[in-house]
Design a protein around this ligand. Structure first.
Ligand SMILES: C[S@@+](CC[C@H](N)C(=O)[O-])C[C@H]1O[C@@H](n2cnc3c(N)ncnc32)[C@H](O)[C@@H]1O
Length: 312
């Protein structure tokens, strides 16, 4: 499956990076996720999403009931090698929509009669139009939650990857012929469509987490900054952009494509919310965000959600 290959390639690239300046990030991520694991009710299942190889996850603190979930086919073995734990694991796509997007891109990128690649303006415009009707829904995650009723869910730094992986799948369908508009000054309908798809995937995924009623501990890329201008964060603000402090203009990008997670947790108090800087690589700095949303009754949460969606 393409998705598994892409996730494995992303993970190899992630682990292959120079981690010289990752200490502060890793310490913060492990401390936050470790707190979630230590506070978890050992009688209820604990679900660790984006568990990867366990670089950020202190598995030694995880109760025996903990289950890992990661689409990278090597993640469980890598976790075993790192932590000497071989937990139960789910390998499915957490957005629930990447296969459908990949299949659509694959079909649109080919001439139906010859099967030849057509990375033409018409093909990419057509894909942009069709992608607008895709509605990614995390049904495998919802089904797992319904069946196992986890008391605690950790999301270990994967939400910011949904858009990157979607882009890779689209590029792969065009087999090396870049489908994007080359001139960054011109609007790119396909890029906009993938951006909108990512925003829908992030929203649907957050809604599934919220409906679970579990104690939620989330870490994710909130922003990405390109270039070498040194950047720090000012005091906590609702907007991550408002927190940036730098001596010059910054080139920034929003991996969550405009979705503000805090705004999605309607009616549920966020008991912990903070951000820090992660120098991922030369020229690439991430603004990380950690949030804890204490558990609630799933039926009440679902009713709140429905009443917020229903016009009065
Ligand atoms: C930045 S890495 C996080 C590393 C991990 N927390 C660790 O401690 O090693 C993101 C992880 O999310 C997984 N992932 C990304 N998108 C996914 C998706 N749609 N479905 C399932 N897993 C996904 C990747 O395979 C990767 O392992």
């Amino acid at each position: 499956m393409n998705l598994a290959k892409d996730l494995a390639a992303e993970q190899r690239a992630f682990l292959g990076r120079d981690k010289g300046r990752w200490q502060d990030h890793l310490a913060r991520a492990r401390a936050f996720l470790g707190e979630g694991l230590a506070a978890a009710d050992p009688a209820a299942p604990v679900l660790i999403l984006g568990a990867g190889s366990g670089l950020e996850v202190p598995w030694d603190l995880a109760p025996a009931s903990a289950v890992g979930w990661d689409g990278d086919p090597w993640s469980r073995v890598r976790t075993f090698l790192r932590h000497r734990r071989f937990p139960p694991w789910v390998f499915q796509d957490l957005t629930g929509g990447l296969d459908e997007l990949a299949a659509l891109a694959w079909r649109t990128a080919r001439q139906p009669w010859s099967g030849r690649i057509r990375a033409t303006r018409v093909a990419t415009r057509r894909l942009a139009g069709l992608a607008a009707s895709l509605d990614p829904r995390p049904e495998p995650l919802r089904a797992w939650i319904r069946l196992h009723r986890p008391g605690t869910i950790l999301a270990a730094n994967l939400m910011g990857q949904f858009g990157v992986v979607a882009q890779r799948l689209v590029e792969r369908a065009f087999q090396g012929r870049p489908p994007w508009t080359p001139d960054p000054e011109l609007p790119d309908p396909l890029e906009q469509a993938i951006h909108a798809w990512t925003a829908r995937a992030v929203r649907a995924w957050l809604a599934a987490l919220l409906e679970s009623g579990a104690d939620l501990w989330l870490i994710h890329d909130r922003g990405v900054i390109f270039g070498s201008v040194p950047v720090t964060l000012g005091p906590m603000e609702a907007s991550w952009l408002a927190q940036l402090r730098a001596a010059g203009p910054l080139e920034v990008s929003d991996p969550l494509c405009g979705v503000e997670p805090a705004a999605e947790f309607k009616g549920r108090p966020i008991s912990r919310h903070h951000r820090w800087i992660w120098p991922v690589a030369p020229g690439q700095t991430h603004v990380m965000e950690a949030m804890r949303i204490a558990s609630g009754n799933p039926d009440e949460i679902l009713m709140q959600h429905v009443s917020l969606l229903t016009p009065s």
